[in-house]
Structure formats: structure tokens, C-alpha cells
Design a protein around this ligand. Structure first.
Ligand SMILES: [Zn+2]
Length: 408
């Protein structure tokens, strides 16, 4: 492994794959398990980077697709890289853009399906939207959601964009499928992703050598395979053993279609196959119950937009579950969102004040709610880490989830 990046396993959860650990990057250390807040376009929407530090964030994850389109990855490179550009001095991640590029294929509907033979187009394309992306063995051609201009992402382009963005941890370009795709399509997509992973390693190595004056960027291979045990295990084995001219992945991303009920099983399958001494990131997972399952089964880092996205729509996290702060019940409630929360919002503001801000459509509403929500999730995973260290993770899990009610 090259300079500046390393991973050290800490304490193991008895009879489980969960563990604590420490990821070292050129821009600092991440104690794991850790939740990584998402700043899609190089900003956690409505929140100052200083507040991000204060709420406990150890790193930030931005999106390669969005930054490639706007303001352009060459501009971010010129600015000195993602961290410098957004005034964030800690570790950074970028995801490959694969998920965003491919989700355009169904015109912004939540479900992602690129198997054009399986679906009638009106089943997967939202009303008034045209199919914006087409996948082939070499890459994906897509239209910008901003201006309709035509672009093409290949494994090489994704690596070039992510090297220009300059994050400490970057992800391989993969084909993200859905649970609705057929088994045979999943197999085809998995093989395509395997070949793309090889091309990512080759291009990543070329760029690392070409840009040797820049801080080292660690590349995580992304594994797919939907709900199929055979495919998930194969993907994990393939990526774990993959080496191109002596270059292998620094860590792994677990991606794609994850049925909530099978999340723990799937994460367990792949982590049984992946090497113990490399970090594993569970992509797009961030609800409290899912985080417990992910941590227990050996995922080290997580990212998800949910905590900040719902904050902008009046929803805040509490120990009993998520609730809507703008309803009239809180109009004269002068207690904090959560009495036990140590965030800036809960230390200084009441439910009544947030209720007023949202009803009056004041910008400060989303800012304060985002600070609380992101702190809540970051802190929850931090408490899981401490519980593993203290040897009482399963007690903490049953105490927390015994009270917490899922809102979706
Ligand atoms: Zn709070």
C-alpha cells in the first residue's frame, strides 16, 4: 500500500464480523465504524464546514457526477482539490458517479433498472421524463440533468474525474442494478463491473504515477450482485484477489440493490470473503436500524443523504424515531429536539423556535435541523464504536432499537 493510506483493525465483536478500526489518509484519521456525511456538490447543504467539524464529522463524501457537471472536475483540481475548494481540511471521499449516471437511465425514478429488455419503458421511466442514460460494455452515455448535454462515463473517465477532484478515498466505476433486474441480467452486469474494476485499477495506477506530486488517493473496488449469495460472494472474491501489475484495491464499497430485510445477510456474505485488513464502505445506508446491522456484520464506514435531506423537509431524529417538527403540537414546546443530544441546535434552540422557522420558511430552519440530524447519525455510529470497544454493543443495540421506531 502506498504512502499516506493505511487501515488498522481494532477490537473485534465476539462471534460477529463487526470491528473497530482506524483509516489513515493524507488528510487525517477516521476512527471506524464511522458515518460519513454527504456533501454531494462539495457542501453539506446549508451547513458551514466549521459546524460539520463541531457536530463530529470525521470526513465528507462528495459526488463525482455532480462535480464533473458543475463546476467541472478540472476547476476543482485547479482549486487544489475537493477539500481545499470547500474549506474542509479533513479526509474526503468521492463516489464514482456510477449510481447517478445509471439512475438517469430511468428518468429520475427511485428504482434503477438498466435491463431494457426486462421492463417496458413506461414501467420504469417517470412521467414526462425520457431515458437519459444508456449502458454498454465500455461505459455509459448520458444526458446532463442540468442542460441536456451529452456525456460519456467509462471506468477511465471516472478515474480521471476522481483524480482531478482529489479526494482521499475514491470508488471504482460500477454498474448499479436493482432488485427488479433478472438473475441473468445481474450476472451480465456483474461481469461487466468486474471488467470495469480491472480498467479502474489500470487507469488509477497510471494517474497515481502521473500525478505523483499529489497526495495519495486510495481506490475502493465496488461490489454488486443484488440479493444473490453466489453473485455477492463471487464479486467479493473477484475484487479481493484482483491485481493489475501488482496494484490492488485499498478497500471495498458494498453497493447496489440491497433489500432492507436481507441487508445483514448480504453484508455478512461479502465480508466473509473480503480480507480482514482492508476497510469496507457500505454505500448509501444511513437509517439507524440499518447502521446497527451494517456495523454488526463488519462494515466500517457508511454514507447516506437521508439525514440531511429529510432535515430540509421538517423531519428530525429523536430517540423514539423521526418526527415532523413543523406540526402544531410543537408550537409552544420550549424543550430541545432531543434532551439527550449534545449538538449545537439542541444546546441553543427549542422545538418551538424550529417549528416557527419552518412555518415561516426561514433559511435557518433547514440549517439547524441538518446540524441536529447529521450529528444524531454521526454520534449514533460513534456510540456503536465505543460500545464495541467497551464490549457491550449488543446491549446498546437492543436498548436503542427497543425504543426507536422506524419511520419508513
Ligand atoms: Zn441535537
Amino acid at each position: 500500500m502506498s504512502s499516506g493510506f493505511s487501515f488498522k483493525v481494532g477490537k473485534q465483536l465476539p462471534n460477529r464480523l463487526g470491528r473497530t478500526g482506524q483509516i489513515t489518509t493524507p488528510h487525517g484519521v477516521i476512527n471506524t465504524p464511522a458515518f460519513i456525511p454527504v456533501g454531494t456538490k462539495a457542501t453539506l447543504k446549508s451547513v458551514l464546514p466549521e459546524s460539520l467539524t463541531e457536530l463530529g464529522a470525521q470526513a465528507v463524501l462528495a459526488n463525482a457526477y455532480h462535480l464533473y457537471l458543475q463546476p467541472g472536475s478540472d476547476l476543482v483540481d485547479q482549486a487544489g482539490g475537493l477539500g481545499k475548494f470547500m474549506n474542509w481540511s479533513g479526509p474526503t471521499f468521492t463516489d464514482s458517479g456510477g449510481f447517478q449516471v445509471l439512475s438517469l437511465g430511468v428518468g429520475f425514478k427511485k428504482v434503477i433498472a438498466m435491463d431494457e429488455n426486462t421492463f417496458e419503458s413506461d414501467e420504469v421511466i417517470a412521467d414526462d421524463k425520457e431515458r437519459l442514460a444508456h449502458v454498454d460494455d465500455d461505459g455509459v452515455t448520458f444526458k446532463s440533468h442540468l442542460d441536456g448535454s451529452l456525456h460519456r462515463f467509462t471506468p477511465e473517465v471516472s478515474m480521471q474525474v476522481q483524480h482531478q477532484l482529489g479526494a482521499d478515498i475514491i470508488f471504482g466505476f460500477d454498474e448499479c442494478t436493482t432488485l427488479h433486474n433478472t438473475r441473468s441480467y445481474q450476472e451480465k452486469a456483474l461481469e461487466r463491473t468486474r471488467l470495469w474494476a480491472q480498467r479502474c485499477l489500470v487507469e488509477h495506477d497510471r494517474l497515481t504515477k502521473l500525478r505523483k506530486d499529489k497526495p495519495y488517493q486510495a481506490l475502493f473496488g465496488v461490489l454488486q450482485g443484488a440479493q444473490y449469495e453466489e453473485l455477492r460472494r463471487k464479486a467479493a472474491k473477484d475484487l479481493a484477489s484482483m491485481s493489475m501489475d501488482g496494484v490492488s484495491f485499498d478497500g471495498f464499497g458494498i453497493g447496489g440493490a440491497l433489500d432492507k430485510n436481507k441487508l445483514g445477510t448480504i453484508v455478512n456474505w461479502v465480508n466473509e470473503e473480503l480480507p480482514v485488513n482492508k476497510p469496507r464502505h457500505l454505500l448509501g445506508i444511513g437509517e439507524p436500524d440499518d447502521l446497527f446491522v451494517g456495523v454488526e456484520n463488519g462494515a466500517d464506514t457508511f454514507d447516506c443523504v437521508a439525514a440531511s435531506r429529510v432535515a430540509r423537509n421538517n423531519a428530525v431524529y429523536g430517540l423514539d424515531g423521526r418526527f415532523n417538527i413543523s406540526v402544531s403540537a410543537f408550537k409552544r414546546d420550549f424543550t430541545p429536539i432531543d434532551e439527550s443530544c449534545g449538538c449545537y441546535t439542541c444546546k441553543n434552540y427549542s422545538r418551538a423556535y424550529l417549528n416557527h422557522l419552518f412555518r415561516a420558511k426561514e433559511i435557518l430552519g433547514p440549517t439547524l435541523a441538518t446540524i441536529h440530524n447529521v450529528h444524531f447519525i454521526v454520534n449514533l455510529v460513534e456510540r456503536m464504536r465505543l460500545a464495541i470497544e467497551a464490549g457491550d454493543f449488543l446491549d446498546f443495540k437492543s436498548d436503542f432499537l427497543g425504543r426507536y421506531k422506524n419511520s419508513n
